[in-house]
Design a protein around this ligand. Structure first.
Ligand code: ATP
Length: 357
């Protein structure tokens, strides 16, 4: 008996070149069936190229792309169980919603019966909560509604994988947040694999089951959002996902890092060999106290404060070292520290990330 593949998408040593440009370099990746994966990284890192190779709009220069356990190299886009939602929704503005959603189904050969097309369009519109909008023209709809039409059009032929290329980029912040929840709900309900391309780390962390962090054509980390944030694989990931404070120093035997200003930070990395390292500290992992604390290892002066309501974000000039960003949740109404005040900072050794230089 052949069991169903548990990976919907697999990249085996995939490289993609455009002339002299290597867009994607020797990537290995597996996406489990029914997962919501975000490809996250700065502009030009190869996210869209990966998506287009899954969709069949580009072919790998080397290596294999597998879909549902089968090698898809050379298989044209329309023969893959995959559909794509583009950044500019690519809708026909003067058609109504129904015609836009039905467009792909009408191209199928042999032709589908009209009643079947109508039934499937109805189902797709229901999925994206647009039943009742079938006769509305695209240019009479809001940005969020147009986005849902684009989704319905991509879902109408029941793909097993949906590819989303920065689908929320054109929406304002409030609508984007609402659509993030909607997309996540839709994916859970349908149980199909979603691959989302985004350069917005908040979007990647909030929506997906797995985040694939990329830079310069390579994968830096593939893990759950929490793992990527709490245990970044390298300095690039620590910097790109969330905010981070970085300090260069020397890891000494006994588990302290000696910084440039002479301070010795306690860290809990007995596994690393002594030598040059970079310490990365999340702003919210740092505790602030007024004045000079005995136990504190670093002291400085507050240079700037951003009031956030339930928390405050401080810039602190650490003596002999440089600026540090600290986010402090407020415990009482009187615990805001003012610019100019002297503070001591401390943190749990386990929250410091140490990377060999
Ligand atoms: P963005 O977020 O800006 O869309 P991306 O991470 O999706 O970026 P890609 O679009 O995959 O990155 O591009 C990766 C690299 O390949 C870039 O250097 C880009 O300039 C190059 N590239 C992409 N498409 C082509 C093409 N058709 N011809 C030549 N170079 C290309």
């Amino acid at each position: 008996m052949i069991s169903a593949p548990t990976n919907d998408i697999e990249f085996r040593s995939v490289t993609k070149r455009y002339g002299a440009v290597t867009a994607v370099s020797d990537i290995n990746l597996t996406v489990p069936k029914g997962a919501f994966v975000a490809l996250l990284g700065p502009s030009g890192c190869g996210k869209t190229t990966c998506l287009r190779m899954i969709g069949g709009f580009e072919q790998p220069s080397e290596g294999e792309v597998l879909i549902a356990g089968k090698v898809a190299n050379g298989v044209p886009a329309y023969r893959r169980p995959v559909n794509m939602v583009f950044q500019q929704y690519a809708l026909f503005p003067h058609f109504d919603v129904e015609k836009n959603v039905a467009y792909g189904l009408k191209q199928l050969r042999p032709k589908l019966p009209v009643a079947e097309i109508s039934r499937r369009v109805g189902e797709a519109l229901e999925m994206v909560r647009l039943s009742g909008f079938a006769k509305r023209r695209i240019h009479e709809m809001s940005g969020g509604q147009q986005q849902r039409v684009a989704l319905a059009r991509a879902l109408v032929n029941k793909p097993s994988v949906l590819l989303l290329d920065e689908p929320l980029a054109a929406l304002d912040k409030k609508l984007r947040t609402a659509m993030q929840i909607e997309l996540q709900t839709l994916q859970r309900d349908l149980g199909i694999t979603f691959v989302l391309v985004t350069h917005d780390q908040e979007e990647a962390l909030s929506m997906s089951d797995l985040v694939c962090v990329m830079s310069a054509g390579r994968i830096r980390q593939l893990a759950t959002p929490q793992e990527v944030y709490d245990r970044p694989a390298d300095l690039f990931v620590a910097d790109f996902v969330g905010k981070t404070n970085r300090f260069d120093g020397t890891l000494e035997a006994g588990g302290t890092v000696r910084l440039g200003n002479g301070a010795a930070l306690p860290v809990s990395r007995k596994d690393l060999a002594p030598g040059a390292v970079t310490v990365a500290l999340r702003p919210e992992a740092i505790r602030l106290s007024r004045g000079t604390g005995n136990a504190a290892t670093l002291e400085g002066t507050v240079t700037h404060r951003i009031f956030l309501g339930s928390a405050a974000e401080y810039s602190i000039a650490i003596d002999g070292l440089g600026d540090m960003l600290v986010t402090a949740e407020r415990q009482t109404q009187n615990d805001l520290v003012a610019p100019g005040e002297r503070v001591a900072i401390s943190f749990d050794p386990g929250t410091a990330h140490i990377f060999p230089a």
